[in-house]
Design a protein around this ligand. Structure first.
Ligand code: NI
Length: 182
């Protein structure tokens, strides 16, 4: 089932998220998240973006393999993830977000990240990611910390996007996928 994506201004995007445990409903929810992500043509989706304040996000960068070889087979479920290490080296890259339609801004982030997380079978993993994979993971992880990427842009750029964010929050901007707004 395709879920509506909650747009900027929806309180769930700013709520603290809770650790999760296995349940039959969760299995279906994750399947729905993958279907929703594919339909919206995104590369990552966090549970708060579909209305659940849970520590869960999914990524699918497999379509980007040609431009970003590190994304080969990069389709993964991250449950109760923790960032355990980040590289000192950073890079700037233009990000967008399904909850913030029409906004793209440069964000500086570490180039690599080491994660501890559980997969959809609740098996523990510890793994390092770099390049575009690390970028997607850090963006999605931010959602679990009640952040969106525009929280991290420069003060000058924040003033530029303020009206766009307000327009989304006030329900004046929609998206090409199924969404929920105020
Ligand atoms: Ni996002």
């Amino acid at each position: 089932m395709i879920l509506p994506i909650y747009l900027y201004g929806q309180p769930v995007l700013r709520k603290p998220t809770e650790e999760i445990a296995p349940s039959p409903e969760l299995t279906q929810f994750i399947a729905d998240m993958y279907e929703t992500l594919a339909q919206a043509e995104g590369v990552g989706l966090a549970a708060p973006q579909v209305g659940k304040a849970w520590r869960l996000f999914i990524v699918d960068g497999t379509d980007l393999e040609e431009d970003y070889p590190e994304c080969k087979n990069f389709k993964r479920t991250f449950i109760n993830p923790e960032i355990i290490e980040t590289s000192e080296e950073t890079c700037s890259y233009s990000e967008g977000c399904l909850s913030l339609p029409g906004i793209n801004e440069n964000v500086v982030r570490p180039v690599s990240v080491r994660m501890r997380f559980q997969d959809e079978n609740f098996e523990e993993h510890e793994e390092s990611f770099t390049g575009f994979c690390a970028r997607i993971i850090q963006h999605e992880y931010d959602h679990l910390e009640a952040h969106v990427f525009t929280d991290r842009i420069s003060p000058i750029r924040k003033t530029f996007v303020r009206n766009k964010l307000l327009a989304i929050a006030k329900g004046k901007v929609g998206a090409r996928y199924k969404y929920r707004r105020n």
